[in-house]
Design a protein around this ligand. Sequence first.
Ligand SMILES: [Zn+2]
Ligand SMILES: [Zn+2]
Length: 399
Amino acid sequence: MTASITTAIEEAKQRARAAVDSAAGDLVRISREIHAHPELALEERHAVAQLLPFVRAQGFEVRHPAYGLETAFRGEWGHGPVTIAICAEYDALPGIGHACGHNLIATAGAGAAAALVRALDPSQARIVILGTPAEEGYGGKIHMIKAGAFDDADVAMMAHGAPADIAAAPMYGVAHVDVEYFGKAVHASVFPEHGVNALDAIVTAYQAIAQLRHHIRRDARLHGIITHGGDAANIIPHHTKGTFYVRSLKPWYLEQLKQRVKACFEAGALATGCEMKLDWHEDQEYAPMLSNGPLAEAYQRNGEELGKTFIELKDLSSGSSDMGNVSQVVPSIHPNFGVGSPTLTHTPEFTAVAATDAAHAAMLQTAAALAMTGVDVALEPGLIGRIKADFAARGRREA
Ligand SMILES: [Zn+2]
Ligand SMILES: [Zn+2]
């Protein structure tokens, strides 16, 4: 890079940091407002109402509702050759509110988008802020991908509050399957020989899955529950139900595991003579996260410049996100950012943490790190080429 390009990038990053500082009051206020009014997947109307005036005030042209979802939106600014999409999630969890801290995701994303508008000239990039509902259920981004929300994006970024900073946290792909068995009810003592036992079928399937668990790759998970086991102890159960998750880091292995889990379900049907129904919810399957190497490295460099300390996970310990699906179609990152507490997400304790001053300081720092990464994408010669080459090589990394 020539000295003049380096200077231009540094100056743009300074403008990005200053923009986050000057928007800090608004961003923290919006985050607290979203946190205080938790809304479930696809009901996030109050959250969107908090975010849109801020996004519009930054100069974004806003489309809302968008992509067929009432609580999705798109804001667009600039006309440069690179399109940088930033995702803002804002849904909460049933019963425990913002225990995943999506109030912080929404404002880190909105803050980053605002900062890029101040940092860049409109001819240098196109900045797209996407309000992406329903991460905790339904898979809002999966729907938005199908509706074209990411078609023009060159990169997509978001950041998730967590116990620590991790630039490229692995996340499983996950398939959800519901199983039902249909047998024949009869008096359990008088005529058991005429019954077909649907509880035996699901117990046999559960046992087979529990045995399979010992023999799968370490980067995969199987877990599930029986949701209906019968109606009365003196009636042979004629109808039972269960729901199971199949998770894997590797898409090809997820497909293999699904077949092996299917065989476990079939074993239950075969052993008992029950009829079986499986529903794999194929259109809501979360793909594993493919963190883009050069993009994650740029984010980590910028985060470190702002004072972040990143850790590498030694053991795989992970959930899943519909950002995984985005990462399969656009070079993406989904870094975790430490919120100043070791508290684990999806606990009531994390709900409290997600509204602390420390969490908000981390959110602002993360907004700046995301914006500085966007500056690199727009202005650093060759970076977008390396990002795209890494994305093109993803098939090899998945093997
Ligand atoms: Zn969550
Ligand atoms: Zn989350």
